[in-house]
Write a protein that binds this ligand. Structure first.
Ligand SMILES: [Fe+2]
Ligand SMILES: [Fe+2]
Length: 472
């Protein structure tokens, strides 16, 4: 295994695929199925080529190459972060033992399941976003969308490689199923609920990359800690690509806010609709929605499955090695959100069963960083308004608060009151129609839609008016 990707092979890789003919043949027979899936379920907008980055090296420096490529000729490949020969398991009952290079029989089913669930989300997001190209606010944004899309496709490759290389016939069958299930499909939907919703407009896309893709980042962070070394190294490299997806979301929302602020100042009004911008309260409603559905992706507050995954070494905590405890957690406890006699509160549970809560809290504090940044934009403009994350009990469908309704401040509401007031907190039909009405394509070089500000920087040092995409 080398740091540099071999692009002379049919499937670019840094795992010496050519030394394992069987595996190479298996993956080469999956490849046309992937390409068929990309053609039928990937981006709809016809393009000549797109200014994309391609991974060429997994090392810290200069790992990507930028250039215009026809999207279906993008070189999806298999890249694992470099192996640390001395790596040891950092947590759980096997702590201190050498990391596993093969799948232990006793954990085979669980590991396969974790990989399938992660793998299923990658192509799902491509499917959810496939219509967005037609309404891109600029060529810069269009390029970013496609970059995210090809990399989610590569993340599918990453998981399929593990399934093929380590899980035998069952793994190969699961790899087929990953192409067979589709987002929103009636008979074969994607595994997780949030990945079956269409991403209907660009405000939703930015919210999705900020909040939902960030859930992905945290899940990958736990798998990066895995005792199963190939999974750990795969996720480590995926996280590098993920950083760009996070940037698209953070700066995307920031640019929407910046444009709204500009219009508010220019016309001295909160009513920016007349001027084709998105009102702050509508941005807040989209935020409320995407944040709350993303919290659901972390599962219930307590989980014995997740406790078992941790103890077995399959899945660690976020930044496991930076935690100052014994990394076994057998005697520790944690306070988790709970409904006690109908009231919102917390209850103490064993730390191991509360790991979903631990991960969700790490995620929440990360989410807060973006909100702070957007609020700086508001503050700099001398505006009083602020964006905020809603209460953790707001609009939840999973976990302790799934049975109740609350306001964004966390005050409990009767169903009647919720129904009466929810349009003030979640995107209403009117809001959605308005946002969609703004989604007119701006596919001209250097131009941008009226509802969003241009980025402060282009991609790879290129200016905003660079020809990021050539349309067909
Ligand atoms: Fe991904
Ligand atoms: Fe992503």
């Amino acid at each position: 295994m080398t740091a540099t990707a071999d692009y002379t092979e049919k499937i670019p890789n840094n795992v010496d695929l050519r030394d394992d003919r069987r595996l190479q043949r298996a993956l080469e027979s999956w490849q046309p199925n992937f390409l068929n899936w990309w053609e039928s379920m990937g981006p709809r907008l016809p393009t000549e080529d797109v200014y994309l980055r391609t991974a060429v090296n997994v090392g810290r420096e200069g790992w990507a190459h930028f250039g215009h490529v026809a999207m279906k000729e993008y070189r999806w490949g298999i890249f694992l972060a470099e192996r640390n020969q001395d790596r040891r398991i950092a947590f759980g009952q096997h702590k201190g033992e050498p990391a596993w290079q093969q799948v232990p029989g006793e954990y085979r089913a669980e590991l396969q399941r974790l990989i399938v669930i992660q793998g299923d989300t990658e192509p799902a997001s491509v499917e959810q976003q496939r219509n967005l190209g037609a309404t891109a606010p600029s060529l810069y944004d269009l390029r970013n969308l496609f970059q995210v899309n090809v990399e989610e496709g590569r993340h599918l490759w990453a998981m399929v490689y593990l399934l093929h290389a380590y899980f035998g016939r069952e793994g190969r069958e699961e790899a087929e199923e990953l192409l067979h299930r589709n987002s929103g499909s009636e008979d074969a939907p994607r595994i997780l609920g949030a990945f079956n919703e269409e991403t209907p407009d660009w405000l939703s896309f930015f919210m999705f990359t900020y909040f939902t893709d960030r859930d992905g980042k945290y899940q990958l962070g736990t798998l990066k800690e895995s005792a199963f070394d190939p999974l750990s190294r795969t996720c480590e490299f995926m996280l590098k690509e993920e950083a760009h997806h996070m940037m698209v979301g953070t700066t995307g929302i920031d640019r929407v806010v910046a444009r709204t602020v500009q219009v508010m100042k220019e016309h001295d009004t909160d009513d920016v609709v007349a001027h084709g911008a998105i009102p702050l309260n509508v941005i807040q409603k989209y935020l409320n929605f995407h944040y709350s559905v993303s919290l659901d992706l972390f599962g219930s507050e307590t989980s014995t499955n997740v406790a078992n995954y941790f103890t077995a070494g399959l899945k660690g905590r976020w930044s496991e090695e930076r935690r100052r405890d014994n990394h076994r957690l057998t005697d520790d406890s944690i306070m988790v959100d709970a409904l006690t006699d109908g009231d919102i509160g917390q209850t103490e549970v064993a730390a191991l069963v509360g790991l979903n809560t631990d991960l969700r809290r790490e995620y929440i504090s990360d989410c807060q960083n973006g909100v702070n940044r957007w609020n700086v934009t508001l503050d700099d403009a001398g505006l009083e308004q602020r964006l905020r994350l809603p209460h953790v009990a707001f609009n939840r469908k999973v976990g302790a608060f799934s049975g109740i309704e609350t306001s964004p401040n966390g005050e409990k509401l009767s169903i009647d009151e919720w129904n009466r007031r929810k349009d003030a907190w979640l995107p209403s039909a009117v809001d959605k129609t308005y946002v969609r009405s703004l989604m007119k394509p701006v596919h001209e070089r250097g131009k941008i839609a009226a509802w969003i500000a241009p980025p402060r920087q282009g991609i790879n040092g290129q200016p905003f008016d660079y020809d990021y995409v050539h349309l067909r």
